[in-house]
Design a protein around this ligand. Structure first.
Ligand code: LLP
Length: 419
């Protein structure tokens, strides 16, 4: 669904005019739609109804407390990768027993905190991590539930920076070594293997790599069973792509159903870790045109949001739609590079965009709900933007714009020189 559409020439989020949001909170700001988040989450929930499952929203994609709250109320679990994400989920009222903990570099303190609150499972990415987890759990007199994140060596056919299932990625345990690592886990007293996990990459627009991975995991599960290692859940990770620029990823239900058709075991609990497919198209970023700067070879629309606010275009050459928020006043159209205030040539939100705009106009960068604010920084001493959640005709400020003072909170000057 799209919660963002034009009504009589003005762009709305649900029943709220985006212009009104900008007037109230300023720009740049992120605006999310509760209805879109809900619909995207239900896209997973509905086809899985009737079988054991858990949809663990990937917190890294958008970790605002209100976003987590909306999803927690729908029964979501959470995929976390740090102590910070763990505390965010808890602060938002998420259920710790529905948390899976991914990531290659879990520290002992993070493990201890996750054990203390009783998370569902650790997605373990190496033998060294397994040994450390065993030690931490042993010191606490606990048994840590684990899944091994296996690297099935399939090519997700996505951007190299977000492809994670190939042999030469840092992620997971090579599938050829999975049996011996499970056996090691069985032998350790304070970890208990309960699941199998994989995540092959992000922004996948084709079902085939997911099925390839599943087929390999099924073979592995059969081998594990022959060795007496019986697992309760299969975590197929996240990765389902979205439409940014006319991509045609499968509908969530089609993706789930295709996987279900390839599974003969209907008692196994299925876990998914979707991030982008829930949050990306549930959000836009609003930015205002500061200057139009004509050039000899290129024309620039200089806006008040930069790579520090939304880094995907700069970092991945990602394409995201950029549209005017109010189209009622006729304007000349021109092809622009839409660039930000940051002092880097790589600071752009879009290139070669044909736009009918003037100084002071408001633009919406589309599909910005995932890996948008979550990747924002303070580069160039720029405060991070505000975030707003729209729900029907109501809007809620869910994160205030950072203040300038907050930029140096925690910093200090050196002591006075001693004479
Ligand atoms: N599970 C694990 C273990 C992951 O590493 C990720 C994403 C997900 C789940 C969620 O994947 P999703 O459903 O969102 O594709 N910053 C990049 C994307 C990085 C994805 C990292 N891992 C971007 O803006 O495109």
């Amino acid at each position: 669904m799209s919660a963002f559409d034009y009504r009589e020439g003005r762009l709305f989020a649900e029943s709220v005019a985006l212009e009104d949001v900008a007037d109230q909170v300023g720009t740049p700001c992120y605006v999310y739609s509760r209805a879109a988040l809900t619909a995207h989450f239900k896209g997973y929930q509905d086809p899985l109804a009737g079988r054991a499952h858990l949809i663990c929203y990937a917190v890294k994609s958008n970790s605002n407390l209100a976003v987590l709250d909306v999803l927690a109320r729908l029964g979501a679990g959470f995929d976390i990768v740090s102590a910070g994400e763990l505390e965010r989920v808890l602060a938002a009222g998420g259920d710790p027993s529905r948390i899976v903990f991914s990531g290659v570099a879990k520290q002992a303190e993070e493990m201890a905190r996750a054990l203390e609150v009783g998370i569902k499972c650790f997605n373990v990415e190496s033998t060294a991590e397994l040994e450390r987890l065993n030690e931490v759990a042993g010191n606490m007199g606990r048994i840590a539930p684990v899944s091994l994140r296996v690297n099935p060596d399939v090519d997700a056919g996505t951007h190299p920076y977000i492809s994670t299932g190939l042999k030469d990625n840092k992620f997971g345990i090579a599938i050829d070594h999975a049996l011996e690592t499970y056996q090691r886990a069985q032998a350790l007293p304070y970890v208990q293997p309960i699941g199998l996990d994989c995540h092959i990459g992000s922004q996948l627009t084709d079902i085939a790599p997911f099925i390839d991975a599943l087929d390999r995991l099924k073979v592995l599960m059969a081998t594990l069973a022959e060795h007496g290692i019986m697992l309760k859940h299969l975590d197929l990770g996240g990765g389902l792509g979205v439409n940014y620029q006319g991509e045609t990823p499968p509908a969530t239900a089609d993706y789930i159903n295709a996987l279900l058709e390839h599974l003969d075991d209907d008692t196994l609990e299925l876990i998914f870790e979707p991030g982008r497919s829930i949050a990306a198209n549930a959000g836009v970023m609003l930015t205002r045109v500061e200057y139009l700067k004509p050039g000899e070879t290129r024309h620039f629309a200089i806006v008040d949001a930069g790579m520090n606010d939304l880094i995907r275009p700069s970092l991945y050459q990602a394409w995201q739609g950029i549209v005017p928020v109010d189209t009622r006043t006729p304007r000349d159209s021109q092809t622009y590079d839409v660039v930000g205030p940051v002092c880097e040539s790589g600071d752009f939100l879009g290139k070669d965009r044909t736009l009918a705009i003037a100084e002071g106009d408001l633009l919406a960068v589309q599909s910005a709900g995932a890996y948008g604010f979550a990747m924002a920084s303070n580069y160039n001493a720029r405060p991070r933007p505000a975030e707003v959640m729209v729900d029907g005709d109501a809007m809620y400020l869910i994160r205030e714009r950072e203040t300038l003072e907050e930029l140096w909170a925690g910093e200090s000057l050196l002591p006075e020189e001693q004479a």
